[in-house]
Ligand binder design. Structure first.
Ligand code: PGA
Length: 229
């Protein structure tokens, strides 16, 4: 069996309902051309966009970019996994921007992973060189087997840091290290992925996929990127 690959777009804090509608119109015209049996395409939208995307493209895989570390209850402002799963199948957790600007810690992210798994959402846990060990050590064997890891050196993010994608050799080494210690569902790469470099990562057998941010915002650019692999 050919192993499954993932392309997980991260819209970050972008897109109103009407902007989503415009994205979807272009996506629908092209989606057949990007379909492959061994590929799952996911869009991680802001929470307000989840119901909009779900209604407009029920066959698109959707992810949240955050999750409450708690279940339903008296947690003002939080959105629990049970509420998210009405619209989504994935949850991108512990992105470095969540850790830096919103104070999310390894412990909080581990609680989010537990919530995701209990509600049948696939957790995509973002880590970098300095925290993959401490983060993954907080998950048990069963949770690890259901978790996709996103390896992203912060300096590789297009909108901050150097803006240069990480060298494929560096990514391969990090992925090998992570996989030597933890049996996870797969390790993806994130950071300045675009149509010019996507094939380097996707064609590497040990890398399970990529997480493009900026390159997922424009539907035509995102489709070009998928077709470039
Ligand atoms: P980028 O973002 O592709 O714009 O670098 C990736 C991410 O941080 O999710």
């Amino acid at each position: 069996m050919v192993p499954m690959k993932y392309i997980i777009g991260n819209w970050k804090s972008h897109k109103t309902s009407s902007e989503i509608q415009a994205w979807v119109e272009i996506w629908k015209l092209n989606k057949k051309s990007v379909q492959r049996e061994d590929l799952q395409v996911v869009i991680c939208a802001p929470l307000t966009g989840l119901p909009v995307l779900h209604e407009l493209v029920p066959d698109l895989r959707i992810g949240s970019q955050v999750l409450s570390p708690f279940g339903d209850g008296a947690y003002t402002g939080a959105v629990s996994a049970r509420l998210v799963k009405e619209y989504a199948q994935f949850a991108l957790l512990g992105h470095v921007e969540r850790r830096t600007y919103f104070g999310e810690t390894d412990l909080i992210v581990a609680q989010q992973v537990a919530q995701a798994i209990d509600n049948n959402l696939v957790p995509v846990v973002a880590v970098a060189d300095k925290n993959w060990g401490s983060q993954l050590a907080q998950l048990d064997r069963e949770q690890l087997a259901k978790t996709l890891v996103m390896y992203e050196p912060p300096e590789a993010i297009s909108t901050s840091g150097s803006g240069h994608a990480a060298d494929i050799q560096q990514v391969k080494e990090a992925v090998a290290l992570i996989q030597s210690e933890y049996k996870v569902k797969g390790v993806l790469y994130g950071g300045s992925v675009n149509a010019d470099n996507i094939a380097d990562y996707m064609n590497e057998p040990t890398i399970a996929g990529v997480v493009p941010g900026a390159a997922s915002l424009d539907a035509a650019t995102f489709i070009q990127l998928i077709l470039a692999y």
